[in-house]
Write a protein that binds this ligand. Structure first.
Ligand code: FES
Length: 129
């Protein structure tokens, strides 16, 4: 219901994404996924925010977790035990305070990085002999 003359001021909050360190100011209630897009932080999705792909997992530990909307039953069901580890679906978690969110490294990139590090370590071993 709209009351003439009554203005509701929505709060703005800062959201910081790690590990990139990118920050953006957003209105309360904006999903983390939308905030990430505004900040230019890529979070993979396939379902467009319909809780179908589970690719948009982010991490908000401790006090940061309390600055996001409480997970609803459906999100808790989808996340299972991950919900107890501070993992949230970026498409479902809404900003309710200034918060820092960690975007996990893409699995493919992580695998490639590990292979490169292992190869680099092998090269270093060769130089010793
Ligand atoms: S975008 Fe698919 S579950 Fe969040």
């Amino acid at each position: 219901m709209r009351v003439p003359g009554l203005r509701v001021k929505l709060m703005d909050y800062d959201i910081e994404f790690r590990p990139s360190g990118k920050k953006v100011k957003v209105r309360a209630g904006l999903p983390v996924l939308d905030a990430a897009r505004r900040a230019g932080v890529p979070i993979p999705t396939r379902c467009g925010g319909k809780m179908g792909c589970l690719m948009c997992k982010v991490e908000a530990q401790g006090e940061d977790g309390k600055k996001l909307s409480a997970p609803k039953e459906a999100e808790l069901r989808k996340l299972g035990s991950l919900a107890n580890q501070g993992i949230r679906l970026a498409c479902q978690a809404k900003v309710e305070g200034s918060v820092t969110v960690t975007v996990p490294e893409d699995r493919l990139k992580a695998a490639i990085r590990k292979q490169l590090e292992a190869a680099k370590n092998c090269d270093n071993d060769d130089t010793l002999w």
